[in-house]
Each structure stands twice: as structure tokens, then as C-alpha cells.
Ligand binder design. Sequence first.
Ligand SMILES: NC(=O)c1ccc[n+]([C@@H]2O[C@H](COP(=O)([O-])OP(=O)(O)OC[C@H]3O[C@@H](n4cnc5c(N)ncnc54)[C@H](O)[C@@H]3O)[C@@H](O)[C@H]2O)c1
Length: 367
Amino acid sequence: MGNAPRIGIIGVGVISGVYLETLTARSDARVTAIADLDTARAASAASGIPGARALDVPGLLADPHVDVVLNLTIPAAHADIALAAIANGKHVYGEKPLAVDLASGRRVMDAATVAGVRVGSAPDTVLGTGTQTARAVIDEGRIGRPIAATAVMSSPGPESWHPNPDFYFLPGGGPLMDMGPYYISALVHLLGPVTAVVGSASRLRGERVIGSGPRAGERIPVDVDTHVSGILEHAGGALSTLTTSFDSVRSGAAPIEIHGETGSLSVPDPNTFSGNVLFCPLGSRDWELVGDRAGYVDAARGIGLLDMLAAPSEGEVRASGRLALHTLEVMTAVLESARTGARVTLDTTVERPPLVPLGSSFELTEL
Ligand SMILES: NC(=O)c1ccc[n+]([C@@H]2O[C@H](COP(=O)([O-])OP(=O)(O)OC[C@H]3O[C@@H](n4cnc5c(N)ncnc54)[C@H](O)[C@@H]3O)[C@@H](O)[C@H]2O)c1
């Protein structure tokens, strides 16, 4: 416990509960401080965690008892909080997206390089057995040369269940910026980095109605496209067709399918850690269930932060800021292409993160 990384959490809204469950279950990491613009919310969260104090945001950022900042604020605040954490010499792991625009994402990564601190970013769901098992099957050569992928996230939108869904419909939100990180991260794990994209986008309505919580019935503006499609050209030659939508009532589409010369793979929802991976070899018409071959078993949100803290070197961080920056560029490039009608080539690239060996245990090292 003496050298256990000390974690300070900024932003304790809807998603923070599951992170707290993951982190407080570990004996080799400690949550020492919590901050939120809503000070009562921070106090309430801290009161449930032995050894954690509620601080204001500047106080947490400067606190000598915090080694790494876990940034669970809304997307518009991600870059500023990350930059402030880095300026205070802290490692930072944040919810997705890394930032709401590419320039801010680059600033975060550049500042971290200068400061010599690590940056990690959600999603970490793709480190679970679902995406990782599919990755192992591809690496084993069972589908041969990958040719194409389809990735579909199709939903009516989050306003029916999220009590404060405004951020989903403001710049930095929308189905691509919100859900794209899961699908694009998975596609990079599976097929490698993207070199160019084309995109197209539309929107169904100019406003949405909140469906739950104290603001139920309130109308909120929609300032982003809510149906976005893109074609992603991977460096290895495969083409991924990605659709993200808050404009569909229901879908039966597989979340991700990968097609290769000698087989096809059905990959589970990259917004979940586990699920069935199905394989169909050339010549067969039936899917075969693939047993778990790789990935963190029984994992939950927070595993990406633990993986970052356990990585022997910055280059081995799996849910890395470098991957998040590349993902952000893919998304902003698809939206730019949708706006301009032009194909966009990318500046950033990233190597496929190391495969996660099948298992659940690892030790945190002192950074
Ligand atoms: N809700 C989900 O199911 C879900 C799932 C996966 C990822 N995420 C991601 O997690 C992040 C947070 O989502 P959420 O649903 O928990 O949002 P939320 O609105 O419920 O909570 C965000 C919290 O951050 C606080 N906050 C906002 N700006 C801040 C700032 N500048 N300084 C300090 N505190 C600040 C708010 O007061 C609030 O308590 C988003 O990036 C979202 O994309 C959410």
C-alpha cells in the first residue's frame, strides 16, 4: 500500500459509480481526493470512501497526495482539466473523448510529453474479452487478410435515460463523438490505424425532450448532426464502414463485423467488456462460437486506468492518449469530410496496442 498510486477524481456524475467500484476494490490503488463543480456531490462521493477527501477542483489539482487525476467531467471540460493536471505534474486518465476538438487534444498530448507524465483515455471496454478475443483470432490468421469491416451504433439517443443529456447534443457531442471512440478504438485494435476517411452526416430534429429525472419534459437544443456515417481507410488496406446514429428507433445490425479472405468475424458491442465472438470460415454458412482467447476477464470501467498504471513503459499503455488522439482525429475528419464533401487524410497514427493476455490479475508498478 505504501506506493499505491493515489487517485484524485474530478467529476462524479452518472459514470463515476462504476469507476469507484473498480478502484475501491483494489488494495494497490487509493482514491485520495474527489472534486466536482457541484461540491455537495463531491462531498457525498468522498464520504463513502475511507481516506478520500472532498476538495475544490484547484485544490485537487495541486494536492500533493494525488499522483493521477481521473477526469470524469463532461467532454467540453476534458482538455482543460487534463492540461491543468499535467501542469501540476500529474498523470491523467480521462473519459472519452480526449477533447472536443483536435487542436485541444494535441495540446494535451504535447504538454504531457514535455512534462513526462502519462495520458490515458477511455474507452477501456475494448480491453475486455470481447474485442481482445476477436483481435487474437485475426492475429492467428484465421480470417486471412482483413478486407473490410462494418461497425454500427444505432439508437434513439440518450435523452430518454440521462437526466442531464445536454452535452450529447452540443459541439463535442453527437453520436460520433460520443460513441465513435468505442467503435474506432476497437477497429484500431482489430485492423490497425486509419490513414484517410470520407464522411456524411444529417440530423432528424432541432431539439430533444428530456425523458427522465427532475428535468423530464424539458426541451433542449440539438446543435450537432445526429446521424453520421464514415468510411475509414486503414493503413493495412482494409476499409471500415462506420455508422453512428441517435436517429434510429431500433437496429438488429451486428455492432462490428470483420471480413477477411478466408473468414468473417462477428465482434461484440465495443461498449461492453465481454460478449460472443463468432467466426465463419470460408465455405461454411454457420457461425462458430469462439471461446475467450484474450482480454481482461470480468473487467469493468477503470481497468484502462489500472492498465496505464501497470504498464512497464508509456509505449505499452493500451488505453493511451495517443490512441485517443488518433480516434479523435478520425472523428473530426469524418465530420470535416461530411461538411466539405472532401476525402480527408490524417496526420496522426498509432501502433496497435499490445494484445491483452487472457486473465484478470496484474500488479501496479510505481510510475
Ligand atoms: N453516462 C454514461 O453512461 C457514460 C458512459 C461512458 C462514458 N461516459 C462519459 O463520462 C463522462 C461523464 O459522463 P456522465 O454521464 O457521468 O456525466 P454527468 O453530467 O452525469 O457528470 C459529469 C460531472 O462532472 C462535473 N463537472 C462538469 N464540468 C466540470 C468541471 N469543469 N470541473 C469539475 N467538475 C465538472 C459535473 O458537475 C458532473 O457531476 C463523459 O465524457 C461521458 O461521455 C458516460
